[in-house]
Design a protein around this ligand. Structure first.
Ligand SMILES: C[S@@+](CC[C@H](N)C(=O)[O-])C[C@H]1O[C@@H](n2cnc3c(N)ncnc32)[C@H](O)[C@@H]1O
Length: 240
């Protein structure tokens, strides 16, 4: 894509017609719990939930993200959970705490393969840094996998909860989700990070994630609503 096209795309991103029809904006955690018939509150802890890096963090974006992911893990009473994109392991720790009877399989590309991992990798931690936060928390229900999701196959049993936060290129979002959906059951929960349709013009990587999800609808791999918790960067989907 040329510079002019990229600029045009940034200023007037293409309409995502499937998302326009399927995204359901949810006001707060109480409404999200009602939508999914959940009764338990998520276990949330850590100063990082109140950190400020982006303007949206003023509206407690990180806390909203954690509420959505934590509540999904806590209420799904999940046994098999997967996270694409470990980073330092903050979300991994949140998932593990909220699913004490489950195992969180968390996948991160090894640093030496980063060049093969897509364009929008949004972070290339050193090997020792990958998962360093959850290890420091002493959580034991986590399996670290070092792999590029381009070639990784999720042979980890039937997935109850999937959190997708690896490479943010639309192609990766599409392919990572497609692979995981093949291992889900009816009722499994799929969550995407950096999913916030109103911020497509602001952040290129959010635009890509939204495009990837829109393409999943176009390919008829998703049916029914994707819920977006207001002020969060998380989209939630329940497999019909
Ligand atoms: C935004 S960070 C993940 C943050 C983490 N989920 C959290 O919320 O604490 C994205 C991670 O995905 C990893 N990643 C990028 N491309 C990948 C790929 N193709 N396969 C596996 N991991 C990838 C990056 O190395 C980076 O650590």
């Amino acid at each position: 894509m040329g510079l002019i096209q990229r600029l045009h795309q940034r200023l007037r991103p293409a309409r995502l017609r499937h998302l326009e029809r399927h995204v359901l904006e949810v006001r707060d955690l109480a409404c999200l719990k009602q939508a999914f018939a959940w009764d338990a509150e998520p276990l949330l802890e850590g100063a990082h939930l109140h950190a400020y890096a982006y303007p949206e963090d003023l509206n407690q974006r990180r806390l909203r993200d954690a509420e959505a992911l934590g509540a999904a893990c806590r209420n799904a009473r999940a046994r098999v959970l997967v996270e694409i994109g470990t980073g330092e392991g903050y979300a991994t720790a949140l998932m593990a705490r909220n699913a004490p009877d489950g195992i969180v399989h968390t996948v991160n590309i090894p640093p030496e393969e980063i060049a093969a991992g897509g364009r929008l990798v949004t972070g290339s931690p050193e090997r020792a840094a990958i998962g360093s936060h959850y290890r420091a928390c002493g959580l034991t229900n986590i399996v670290q996998i070092l792999a590029n999701t381009l070639t990784w196959e999720p042979a980890i049993g039937v997935i109850d909860v999937a959190f997708i936060d690896g490479c943010h290129d639309a192609d990766f979002v599409f392919n990572d989700t497609r692979k995981l959906l093949n291992r889900c059951r009816s009722g499994s929960l799929v969550l995407w990070h950096d999913f916030a349709p109103s911020l497509r013009r602001t952040y290129g990587w959010i635009d890509e994630v939204c495009r990837g999800v829109d393409r999943l609808y176009a390919a008829r791999l998703l049916r029914g609503p994707v819920y977006h918790l207001r002020d969060s960067w998380v989209g939630l989907y329940r497999v019909p």
